[in-house]
Design a binder for this molecule. Sequence first.
Ligand code: ATP
Length: 225
Amino acid sequence: MRVSYGQVAALRGLDFRVEGGEIVAVIGPNGAGKSTLADAVSGHRPYEGSVTYRGREVAETSASDLVAEGLIHCTETRDLFGYMSVADNLDLGAYRHRDDVEERREFVYDLFPTLEERAEQNARTMSGGEQQMLAIGRALMSDPDLLLLDEPTLGLAPVILEDISDGIEEIRDAGVTVVLCEQNVTFAMDHADRVYLLENGRFEREGTPDTLRGDEYIRDAYLGG
Ligand code: ATP
């Protein structure tokens, strides 16, 4: 996969694979291309080369078909409807999948009880961490098979990070495949089965967290020595 913004090459030829049931993390600094990768994989950004989801070329599949087939992208900006309640935001996540809505809502409320407590509150008045939970909750209401999470921990206090952390493990236990684009390398390593290090549009390293923790460059540049 290659992606350019005009003359600027953002992704310079990536070979990227995710198997069902895995949590795969893409780590890298600001501007490395993580969001661009998530956008291309979810069909929101034109690319060169090939990106397939369950054997279908993403660029040739409509956004609504991708969502219907369980490819759900939770963007860095969260895209919440600020003047709507938490409950309504969640409900919108389920607009294509009306079966088992109650069950999924219960799963989300169990995962993040704050959302149930604040069900009637407007999304824009929730804290940053709560909004992140809501964005993930709404994505889960879409019944994802593959969930792309772009920077879910950005700007979150450690206590909220723990909630998101537990949430990701429960999402994995529910059988959802997760691609985690993260600047927080420690967080990504704690959850991922495999990790790709993206720098300047290229993968510089790839491997299990254990392997990468033993890599001198990763230790020095990303794990504080
Ligand atoms: P961050 O962690 O800061 O969000 P990122 O790893 O997600 O960074 P991207 O947002 O994918 O990185 O950006 C990759 C590169 O592409 C950057 O150099 C960025 O400036 C550039 N870029 C992203 N979007 C556009 C755009 N719409 N037009 C031009 N350049 C863009």
